[in-house]
Design a protein around this ligand. Structure first.
Ligand code: HEC
Ligand code: HEC
Ligand code: HEC
Ligand code: HEC
Length: 489
């Protein structure tokens, strides 16, 4: 949930401001002595007999001489299994399916019907994101001890049955990327785009992986994924590779946070459009409520609420978290995509959207997105400022007066905040001497504090217009810092 996302962001920012960490080295601080306490790693179990499954299990990677820390002096990736088992949220992804919260969720989703899976750990809907599966499963799944790993090594690095053999030989390093891919190995090192797409499979969803309104209403947290933030917050079990001047490791870039934001917004949009297409399939609930602005139906009726500040048609608008950063752009190179998204929006905002037309329109948007995905701009202070101003000015389009930007939705404000934050971290690295950076950060902190949910809430706790006005003022200040010629309302 974004609460955690926003909270975690502070800790990380503080560490960076105190000079104790940077996005690329924070997890390495103190290596090798700061390797987490050695958790119990069970011995490699035998593979299930007669299985076509290419998943071998996280224990297969954990031998001391492999990634289990026996050679810790040689680098963090030799301790990857320890970091994962000790600190990685994915190691407990299966365990959360055994909690009362998950069991209640299943009851509310209609367990008790004869065909319903008996428990979340046998429900493909849950396992597809909370365990390591080769292909999304469906229906009721037999109990499989490999699922206990949760989101294990192979969920990100690819099913290992066919590559684990060559991987432990000295020839592995000389194998081409294509040869490795043919064995099922997923290369995530050189491209942030591929990395962001991998995470989006579960953090946004896709075919067979859907946190839809039924799941949310049953108690699942809404997924608010933004790659740059998740990537920063993810406990690293690797370290950037230095020394390759031809193709430097993307994590060594001074603008890593913004590179990741850029890669992430395309990856998230791609996953979210694919998910929308899947949602149009005949047997799925339609229209899918999770596609629409949550706060238009779940608004607080208090008259000073955020909702009532919005230009409203009286119907919930199509508003997906993952598309916001792209829709909030006037950038000319995005025009084919933003035009396609506007047509899709037109269809989704009809009273009874046509499944087939929506699927076709989502497909057109995916086509417009393909050529943009690999587009990696290298940032300069000027292009960063242009990006920030673009995001700020475009975000005003949804408000009635086009000025009080923060009266847009919480989603827009939160996405704007995350984009501006990725930008300021990059800006600080490129131009550390610019005193405006500090003022920019101060305004961002004001925005963050007003976006946080109240403790214990899954949605914005404040609906007060005062928060909206304070956020607007802070955004206006940032705009003025970046472009002193701005005519302010
Ligand atoms: C599309 C992938 C996806 C599907 C499908 C899915 N989950 Fe999740 N689930 C996640 C992600 C990602 C998170 C973490 C959310 C975050 O913090 O961003 C999560 C979080 C949770 C949490 C909260 C965990 C915590 O640490 O507080 C529970 C409980 C949960 N899921 C149970 C379930 C159950 C039960 C099902 C099946 C009915 C299910 N999930 C289906 C991806 C999924
Ligand atoms: C949530 C996704 C995810 C999971 C789960 C995961 N990794 Fe990784 N891993 C990454 C990413 C992202 C990188 C950085 C890109 C890269 O170097 O490939 C990485 C890098 C590595 C590297 C360094 C690769 C290199 O060429 O330098 C090793 C080794 C590694 N992981 C091992 C493991 C092991 C062992 C496990 C299970 C215990 C595991 N990973 C689980 C995402 C994951
Ligand atoms: C196979 C599905 C899957 C993939 C792939 C995946 N995740 Fe996750 N991720 C989850 C689930 C499920 C959770 C929730 C686990 C829990 O609550 O115990 C989670 C939790 C997280 C969290 C903690 C979130 C929070 O609110 O505390 C972070 C950070 C995270 N993932 C980052 C990543 C990154 C970065 C990648 C890509 C390199 C990635 N994940 C890939 C399924 C996945
Ligand atoms: C078109 C109106 C509409 C939209 C849009 C909508 N919901 Fe709902 N929501 C409902 C209705 C009606 C219910 C009660 C029936 C049910 O449980 O499905 C509900 C139930 C819920 C519940 C269960 C708790 C409760 O108050 O009953 C949660 C949580 C929830 N919605 C969250 C969300 C989130 C998060 C979004 C955005 C991703 C969203 N909703 C979008 C109409 C909507």
């Amino acid at each position: 949930m974004l609460v955690c996302c926003l909270l975690a962001v502070t800790a990380d920012t503080q560490a960076q401001e105190q000079g104790t960490a940077t996005p690329s080295d924070s997890p390495l601080a103190g290596t090798p002595t700061a390797v987490p306490p050695v958790p119990h790693i069970p011995p490699v179990p035998p593979l299930p007999a007669a299985s076509n499954n290419r998943i071998v299990g996280a224990a297969s990677c954990a031998a001391a001489s492999c990634h289990g820390g026996g050679r810790r002096i040689e680098g963090l990736h030799f301790s990857a299994s320890l970091v994962w088992a000790g600190r990685d949220p994915h190691a407990s992804a299966w365990d959360v399916l055994n909690t009362p919260r998950s069991k209640t969720m299943l009851e509310l989703l209609g367990a008790g019907q004869p065909s319903a899976p008996p428990s979340p750990v046998q429900d493909a809907r849950c396992l597809n994101c909370h365990a390591t599966v080769e292909q999304p499963l469906s229906g009721t799944v037999p109990v499989n001890y490999l699922h206990h790993d949760g989101v294990g090594c192979e969920a990100c690095h690819g099913p290992a049955r066919d590559w684990i053999g060559p991987h432990v030989t000295s020839d592995w390093k000389s194998l081409s990327a294509t040869a490795k891919a043919a064995l099922g190995y997923q290369e995530l090192g050189s491209s942030l785009t591929e990395r962001a797409r991998k995470c989006a499979e579960c953090h946004v969803g896709g075919v067979g992986r859907d946190v839809n309104h039924d799941l949310i209403a049953a108690g699942h947290p809404r997924l608010d994924y933004e790659f740059s933030t998740f990537h920063t917050n993810y406990p690293r079990h690797w370290q950037p590779r230095t020394g390759n001047t031809e193709k430097p490791d993307p994590e060594l870039s001074p603008t890593l946070t913004l590179d990741a934001w850029q890669a992430g917004r395309f990856a998230a949009a791609e996953a979210c459009l694919t998910l929308l297409q899947d949602r149009t399939t005949a047997e799925r609930p339609w229209p899918e409520l999770a596609e629409y602005s949550c706060f238009s139906c779940h608004h607080n009726l208090e008259d000073r609420s955020w909702y009532q500040q919005r230009r409203s048609t009286g119907r919930p608008g199509w508003e997906t978290w993952s598309l916001t950063p792209l829709r909030n752009s006037h950038a000319p190179e995005l025009l084919p995509l933003t035009t396609a998204l506007d047509s899709l929006s037109g269809l989704m905002n009809r009273p009874a959207p046509d499944r087939l037309l929506v699927a076709q329109s989502a497909n057109a948007a995916l086509t417009a997105l393909q050529p943009l995905r690999a587009n990696h701009a290298s940032w300069t202070p000027t292009s960063i400022d242009t990006l920030c101003l673009d995001q700020i000015r475009r975000a005003r389009r949804t408000t009635s007066d086009r000025k009080s930007l923060a009266a847009g939705s919480w989603d827009e404000m939160a996405q704007l905040y995350l984009g501006l934050r990725a930008a300021i971290l990059a800006r600080q690295n490129l131009e550390p001497q610019d005193i405006r950076n500090q003022q920019f950060s101060q305004q961002l902190e004001i925005i963050r504090s007003h976006l946080l949910f109240l403790p214990g809430y899954d949605s914005p706790g404040t609906s007060s217009i005062d928060a909206v006005l304070l956020i607007t003022a802070a955004v206006n200040q940032i705009e003025l810092l970046l472009d002193p010629r701005t005519q302010q309302p």
